[in-house]
Design a protein around this ligand. Structure first.
Ligand code: PEP
Length: 252
C-alpha cells in the first residue's frame, strides 16, 4: 500500500446550470467520506466556481478550474488567471485535458507554462495526458505519454512535482463507456511514475499522485483504485449527478 492519499475528482466539462450546481452542492452536503481517507474535488465551469466556493462552506470538497491561462493579468479577453483562482481559494486546475488539446489546440508548451504559473500562484495543477486509439493500437502509448509528461514537467522543481497531480486519460476511454482495463490503466500510470522517477528520483515519483480517467463508474472504481500505481480518478459523466458522485466514493 502506498502512503499517497487517493483523490477522486469530478470534471463537469461544459455541463449544468448554476441551479443544478447548487442542487449538487446541497445534495452532497454532510455525505462526503472522511477527508483523512480520500480527497474529493469537483472541476466546474469557471462561472460557477465563486458561488460553489461560497456554497461549500464547512465541506471538505475541493474545487478545481477546468482550464486556466498562463498569464496573471492583461489583455487576454475571455481567459481566467492563476491568481484569480488562488484569490478565490480554488485549490486545483485541470491543464492539458485532451478536449482542450484537440479542440483548442493547446500544446505541451502551453500546458507547461500553465503548470508553472499555477504553482507560482499557489494552485495545484492536475496535468492530463493520454493517447488516441490509433496510438494505443500501434503499441505506442508509453512513448506518447512519456513525451507529454516530460514536456509538461519541464523546468518544474522536485518539490512542485511532489505536489502535482497527473491524470492519465486514454482518449479512447473518455466519454465512450470503454474503461481501460485496470491492468492497462495501472501499467500506463506506472510508465508515468517511471518518467517522474527518471527525471526527479524515487522519492518524488513515490509522492506524485496519478489518477486514471476514462469512463470511470461506481461499478468500476474499486478495481481501478486497488491498483498499485493508480491514486485516484478523474471522472466526467459519473460526476455530474450527486448520487453517482457519492456512489464513486462509497469504497472509502
Ligand atoms: C474526463 O472528462 O476527464 C473523463 C474521464 O470523462 P468520462 O469519465 O465521462 O469518460
Amino acid at each position: 500500500m502506498s502512503s499517497r492519499k487517493p483523490f477522486i475528482a469530478g470534471n463537469w466539462k461544459m455541463n449544468h446550470t448554476m441551479g443544478e450546481a447548487q442542487a449538487f452542492m446541497e445534495a452532497v452536503k454532510g455525505k462526503l467520506p472522511d477527508a483523512s481517507k480520500v480527497e474529493t474535488a469537483i472541476a466546474a465551469p469557471a462561472l460557477f466556481l465563486a458561488p460553489m466556493n461560497y456554497l461549500r462552506q464547512g465541506e471538505t470538497l475541493k474545487l478545481a478550474a477546468e482550464n486556466v491561462y498562463f498569464e496573471n493579468s492583461g489583455a487576454f479577453t475571455g481567459e481566467i488567471s492563476p491568481v484569480m483562482l488562488a484569490d478565490l481559494g480554488i485549490e486545483y486546475a485541470i491543464i492539458g485535458h485532451s478536449e482542450r488539446r484537440e479542440y483548442f489546440h493547446e500544446t505541451n508548451e502551453d500546458i507547461n507554462k500553465k503548470a508553472k504559473a499555477l504553482f507560482a500562484a499557489g494552485v495545484t495543477p492536475i496535468l492530463c495526458c493520454g493517447e488516441t486509439l490509433e496510438t494505443f493500437e500501434a503499441g505506442k502509448t508509453a512513448e506518447w505519454v512519456s513525451g507529454q509528461i516530460e514536456a509538461g514537467l519541464a523546468g518544474l522543481t522536485a518539490e512542485q512535482v511532489s505536489n502535482l497531480v497527473i491524470a492519465y486519460e486514454p482518449i479512447w476511454a473518455i466519454g465512450t463507456g470503454k474503461t481501460a482495463t485496470a491492468e492497462i490503466a495501472d501499467e500506463t500510470c506506472g510508465v508515468v511514475r517511471s518518467v517522474v522517477e527518471k527525471l526527479y528520483g524515487k522519492a518524488v515519483s513515490e509522492a506524485v499522485r496519478i489518477q486514471y480517467g476514462g469512463s470511470v463508474k461506481p461499478e468500476t472504481v474499486e478495481e481501478l483504485m486497488a491498483k498499485e500505481n493508480i491514486d485516484g480518478a478523474l471522472v466526467g459523466g459519473a460526476s455530474l449527478e450527486a448520487a453517482s458522485f457519492l456512489a464513486l466514493l462509497e469504497i472509502y
